[in-house]
Structures are given as structure tokens and as C-alpha cells.
Design a protein around this ligand. Structure first.
Ligand code: F6R
Length: 363
């Protein structure tokens, strides 16, 4: 049932405020603080966290690395499951491993999980399907509570994965004593604000639709992001290529001048995902490098960023102001909508893109 939407993907994008609120009600106590399933997770007894997944779930792990390292001062290793499993990495003592999978059945992720059984202190998973193999075989399975996701391109599962990973990062910071009480409370309040902000964020849809009609004409599109927004550039590019079949690539903004800038001309739109955060000025200079070469910049930012970035930008999408720490969750919305409307403009099969399956149970 598409609930009045043209595609499951559109329905699942629109559902995000509600499913995020459901997930939040499960993990956060109304009076404050995090609730985890028994027997809980002892973050103070580990020195390293390994995050493994595939595709969009892997990009959620990329964001989580920034979160855990910044506030819990916990070293995080991330890898795609297909590389991790055959690399057979040595496992340091006092390590925990966490596997992220919407379906819970992805063959490579399951194999990576089995490799870590008996080597890591704790094997955790973050899954949507709680009866899945990955959930069953982990010591603690954390549900994302996104509800069934039918569209092949993952949308609400991604933001719910981020919500659970963000909650874990907060809890890790509390247990490890790496943040003061005030800062913890401030970040928790920011987390609680997410469903409301995403609800507001959905109002950029008309803008996304209008701009997507122009993106649909492109042959190649570049996505740039910095810091915790770099994974969002990766996710935006993946979403776009999988459903619109337009070649899209993502780079960390600072990598631009180490190669990809050679691609820039007036035919290559460059999507810059950059809220006004502590790294914004650096991103503005990358944008100027693009514009100086005739490149068309689509800046996805907030009101302050739009004001500072000023002249010369081709198009802008302006999102509500948000604590930059949690911005990756909100900025997923325009990334999803740009892909969706570009695909609709091109007339591709949005919910069932060619060559792709919802659950990749063979390697
Ligand atoms: C992209 C997408 C895929 C999946 C990947 C992992 O939109 O949906 O990249 O994220 O195949 O699937 P799960 O999360 O089921 O392990």
C-alpha cells in the first residue's frame, strides 16, 4: 500500500518523521537517558569498535565513525563487508563489532559477523528485520523500527540506522565519561529534535523536484561533503546512480584538487552538501574552485550557509537550522529527494531499479 504516493520510495521518504519518532520512543526515556536491551553494552570496557556493512548501511557506519570518535573518543574502524571478510583482519583485545543491515540477510555482512564471533568481546547488530539471520546470530540485536521498507533504494532505514547509531554514540560518551553532563544533555536534546526537523525538512520537496528536472539532463554529477557530511555525499551519489542511472561520484571536498577537479565543466553539476558548520569556510573555497572553472554548484545548506556562500551558486536548497552534529540525519532527506525526482523525471522504475535486489543474499 503506497498510502496515496506514486512510489513506495516516496511513501518511505515521507514516513521518516514518524518512524524516527517511534525508534526514539524505544531508545530514549521520556525523562532523559538511553535505554538499551539487556544485558546492555559496556562501552567503558572496549578500546575499539569495528563497524561493518554494505551499501547505504555502510554509509551509516561512516557517519557513526565521526560520531563515536568525536564524543566518545572511541577509535572506530569501518569497512565494507565484502572486503572485511576476506581480509581476515587481526582483532585487537577489548574490541566490539557492530554490523548494520536493513534486511539482516546480506551474505557478506553475515559472513563478516561470523568471522568476528569468538574474536570480539561483543557482537552487536543494528537491523530492521528482527527475525533475520544477522539479528539471531549477534549477542545483542538493536532494531531500527523503520517498518517494512519496500523500495529497493534504502531511505527510512538509513535515517533510522543513524538514529540508533547516534543514540549508541551518546551512550558510549556517557559511559566513558568523555562529555560533561551539560554537553550530553545538549546533544540528547538535539537528537530528540530530529523527527520535528525532518518533518520541516520535507518541505524542500518542491525545490528538489524543480532542480531534479535539470539534473536529469546531466551525464555525470559530482557530490562533495566534508567531515561528517562526506558520507552524505557518498549516500547522495549512490542513491542517484541506483535509481536514475546517472553516473554520480562522491568525494571528500578536500580531495577535489587531487584529481576530480579535472572533470569540472559547465556540463557537470556539483552537489555540495554543507550545513554552516565549523568546516563551512573550507567548503566555500572548494565551491569557488568549482565555479571558477564554469562548474554549476547546487548547494544544500541552511540559511546561514546560503547567506555566507553568496554569489555565483547555480541552485540552493535551504534546510532548517540544526545542531551540526546531527545534520547528517536531516541532510539525508534532500539527498533522497533529488535522487527520487531525478529518476521520476527520467521515467525509470524507481522502486525496482534494473539489476538490483532488495536483499543481497548471495555474494
Ligand atoms: C542502497 C541500498 C543498498 C543496501 C545494501 C545493504 O539504496 O539499499 O546499498 O543498503 O545492499 O543491504 P542491507 O542493509 O539489507 O544489508
Amino acid at each position: 500500500d503506497k498510502a496515496g504516493h506514486k512510489h513506495f520510495m516516496a511513501k518511505e521518504i515521507a514516513e521518516q518523521p514518524r518512524v524516527l519518532a517511534d525508534a526514539m520512543a524505544h531508545y530514549l526515556r521520556p525523562e532523559g537517558g538511553v535505554v538499551l536491551p539487556e544485558p546492555g553494552i559496556d562501552f567503558a570496557s572496549i578500546d575499539r569498535l569495528t563497524l561493518v556493512a554494505c551499501g547505504t548501511a555502510f554509509y551509516a557506519c561512516n557517519v557513526a565513525k565521526y560520531w563515536f570518535e568525536q564524543i566518545a573518543r572511541l577509535p572506530v574502524e569501518i569497512d565494507v563487508a565484502s572486503e572485511f571478510r576476506y581480509r581476515e583482519p587481526p582483532v585487537a583485545p577489548r574490541s566490539a563489532a557492530l554490523f548494520v543491515s536493513q534486511s539482516g540477510e546480506t551474505a557478506d555482512t553475515l559472513a563478516a559477523l561470523r568471522y568476528m564471533q569468538g574474536k570480539a568481546e561483543t557482537v552487536l547488530s543494528v537491523v530492521n528485520v528482527t527475525e533475520s539471520s544477522i539479528a539471531r546470530e549477534s549477542d545483542i540485536a538493536l532494531p531500527i523500527l523503520a517498518g517494512a521498507e519496500i523500495g529497493v533504494a534504502s531511505t527510512k532505514a538509513f535515517t533510522c540506522q543513524l538514529l540508533v547509531l547516534g543514540t549508541l554514540a551518546l551512550e558510549a560518551a556517557r559511559q566513558r565519561g568523555t562529555l560533561g553532563a551539560e554537553e550530553l544533555a545538549r546533544l540528547e536534546a538535539g537528537l530528540r529534535a530530529l523527527p520535528g526537523l525532518i518533518h520541516q525538512g520535507l518541505t524542500v520537496e518542491a525545490e528538489c523536484q524543480r532542480i531534479s528536472r535539470q539534473l536529469a539532463e546531466a551525464r555525470d554529477i559530482l557530490f562533495l561533503g566534508r567531515g561528517r557530511m562526506y558520507p552524505l555525499a557518498l549516500e547522495g551519489a549512490l542513491k542517484l546512480k541506483e535509481i536514475s542511472y546517472i553516473h554520480a561520484e562522491a568525494y571528500a571536498s578536500g580531495e577535489l584538487k587531487h584529481g576530480p577537479i579535472a572533470l569540472i565543466d559547465e556540463h557537470v553539476p556539483v552537489v555540495v552538501i554543507a550545513p554552516h558548520d565549523e568546516l563551512f569556510d573550507k567548503t566555500v573555497s572548494n565551491m569557488q574552485e568549482v565555479m571558477a572553472r564554469g562548474g554549476k554548484v547546487l548547494l544544500v545548506t541552511d540559511a546561514k550557509g546560503a547567506e555566507v556562500a553568496g554569489e555565483g551558486v547555480w541552485e540552493q536548497i535551504v534546510l532548517p537550522e540544526i545542531d551540526p552534529f546531527w545534520a547528517p540525519v536531516l541532510y539525508a532527506v534532500p539527498a533522497q529527494m533529488l535522487a527520487y525526482h531525478t529518476a521520476v523525471s527520467k521515467g525509470t522504475d524507481v522502486d525496482q531499479p534494473r539489476n538490483l535486489a532488495k536483499s543481497v543474499t548471495v555474494e
